[in-house]
Ligand binder design. Structure first.
Ligand SMILES: [Zn+2]
Length: 529
């Protein structure tokens, strides 16, 4: 009798164990080199997925699945999280977000640099109706909040106006924004004093949001700008992310001092981290070269002022002085990416355009050329303004995450910065494989768990049972960015499979058209109100 019950127990254990080991999955990624995203080295294993979740990682030899994908020899890592994007305006034209997907990005945070939708609930409803291939979270942007209350005016808000602005930020946080972003080199944020930013940051801090800063200056006054960004976090008692951490002339070579400032803030107990796109050129609007005061009131006011000869002269003088401070002799570092008024200028630098206009190559002449272009319409630029040594220093810093600072690209339109296609692949190909500047597992940590932790993105950024099945599969020996400044429209190569919430979005290097991205709400989100 005892023997019989023992046998029965043994049978149960065997049968039970077999039933467990024969769990049926939707997808098994078989025999990959798994990098979990936490910074650990790869190990061999299988990943079992059911619906939108990773259910099991390990040896799944005895398990069945609807689809078994052999990924022998390939790296299996969490989908990349790009916390610094600008997708507004391009969601509808290209909901498949091919440039991001082919670069391994499965989650984007938009609303950076002070530019976002103001009605976040409405924005999320719009995204929900559209369905993108990537998951999307957003920040609430200072410039648009300010514009909603004060327009383009170069003024300081009174108490009632400031209250209106803080109310908008608080509402955005309840609607699911992840935090508050500023772009203090752009109008109208450029007119704000630190106190105003602190007041609005506090409104986001109340809902456990993050503060992300495109600082007031990234060249001759970089140290003052870092001090201000950190001080905003200190006063508002909230985590700070310094966006696209970089430095232009005349402060080349000072990236170690910049990193030391971040480290000192952390020693003080402030949660400060940074992000970077891995290129020595930046991309922004032509108007950042103009004096702040010239732009007050918006484009019409700007053009009207430039018609006044005295003001015109004053602008040229200020811009000459600015060039002297930056220790530059020509605007050859400034390349037109996309000029609304004259597409023939796309791809040419200001010095070249000035010569084409038949003018001698002097700074005053090149400034006249810039003002001519400003008059033709809005113009986006690529500025070749950073040093290799600083870019590498910042990339090596353990608290730097990898970003694109890009929108969704429409393939072939304009001459954009290549970072929108290739940021992550460039880190993996150039800085990991070729230059051996950082390890593969550390690069992946910077693209996954680091951003997930900082932006409080639950359930993503790590390969572990229970996490969402956002997964990339690539060959570390061949993965490569293909987009260059000369040929900016080229998808990264090497990502063989990309899964978003368990949906195969890249299958054997091809976008499947799957659009299974979801909305990611911030910590202050209130569902029904
Ligand atoms: Zn920015």
């Amino acid at each position: 009798m005892i023997l019989k019950s023992k046998l029965c127990l043994l049978f149960l254990v065997l049968f039970g164990g077999m039933a467990f080991s024969q769990q049926h999955f939707d997808i098994i990624l078989k025999n990959g080199k798994i990098i979990d995203g936490a910074g650990n080295p790869w190990f061999y294993g299988d990943v079992g997925i059911i619906k939108d979740r990773i259910v099991k990682i390990g040896d799944l030899t005895n398990n069945k699945a609807d689809k078994i994908i052999d990924v022998t020899g390939l790296i299996v890592a969490p989908g990349f999280i790009d916390v610094h994007t600008h997708i507004e305006g391009d969601e509808k034209t290209t909901p498949t977000a091919d440039n991001f997907i082919h670069d391994g990005v499965t989650t984007v945070i938009t609303g950076n640099c002070g530019t976002s939708n103001v009605d976040i609930r409405r924005y999320f409803n719009f995204l929900d109706s559209l369905k993108l291939s990537v998951n999307v979270g957003t920040l609430i942007g200072h410039n648009d909040v300010r514009r909603a209350v004060l327009g383009e005016a170069a003024v300081t808000p009174n108490a009632a106006q400031l209250k209106k602005m803080t109310d908008l930020v608080e509402q955005a946080m309840r609607d699911g924004a992840m935090g508050f972003s500023t772009g203090l080199i752009y109008t109208p944020g450029i007119y704000s004093k630190t106190d105003e930013v602190v007041a609005l940051a506090k409104a986001a801090a109340k809902y456990k949001g993050i503060y992300t800063s495109h600082m007031r200056n990234e060249s001759d006054k970089i140290m003052e700008a870092i001090t201000e960004a950190i001080d905003i976090g200190r006063q508002a008692r909230m985590p700070v992310e310094i966006s696209h951490f970089k430095v232009g002339q005349p402060n080349w070579g000072r990236s170690n001092e910049m990193i030391a400032m971040v480290e000192n803030a952390r020693k003080e107990g402030l949660d400060v981290t940074v992000d970077q796109y891995p290129y020595t050129a930046s991309s922004t609007t032509l108007t950042v070269l103009l004096p702040d005061w010239l732009q007050a009131g918006g484009r019409d006011s700007l053009l009207k002022r430039l018609d006044n000869p005295a003001i015109h002269k004053k602008v040229v003088t200020e811009m000459i002085n600015d060039m002297k401070r930056r220790k530059r002799d020509h605007f050859d570092y400034a390349v037109v990416a996309h000029c609304d008024g004259d597409s023939a200028l796309n791809g040419k630098n200001i010095e070249q355009i000035n010569i084409l206009k038949g003018r001698p190559s002097t700074i005053p002449n090149e400034i006249e050329t810039i003002l001519d272009i400003v008059k033709t319409g809005s113009t986006s630029m690529v500025f070749h303004g950073m040093s290799d040594a600083d870019v590498e220093n910042i990339l090596k810093y353990p608290l730097t995450m990898i970003i694109s600072d890009s929108g969704i690209r429409q393939f072939g339109v304009g001459v954009p910065h290549p970072r929108g296609y290739g940021s992550n692949a460039r880190v993996l190909a150039y800085y990991v494989r070729e230059k051996k500047l950082i390890t593969l597992q550390d690069a992946i940590r910077k693209m996954t768990s680091l951003p997930a932790q900082k932006f409080k993105i639950a359930g993503r950024g790590l390969l572990e049972p229970g996490m969402y099945a956002d997964i990339v599969v690539f060959d570390p020996n061949t993965v490569k960015d293909e987009a260059t400044f000369e040929r900016p429209h080229a998808y990264s190569t090497g990502f063989k499979y990309v899964l978003v919430n368990g949906a195969i979005t890249v299958d054997n290097f091809k976008h499947t058209g799957a659009r299974k991205g979801v909305i990611l709400h911030g910590p202050g989100y209130i569902k029904n109100q």
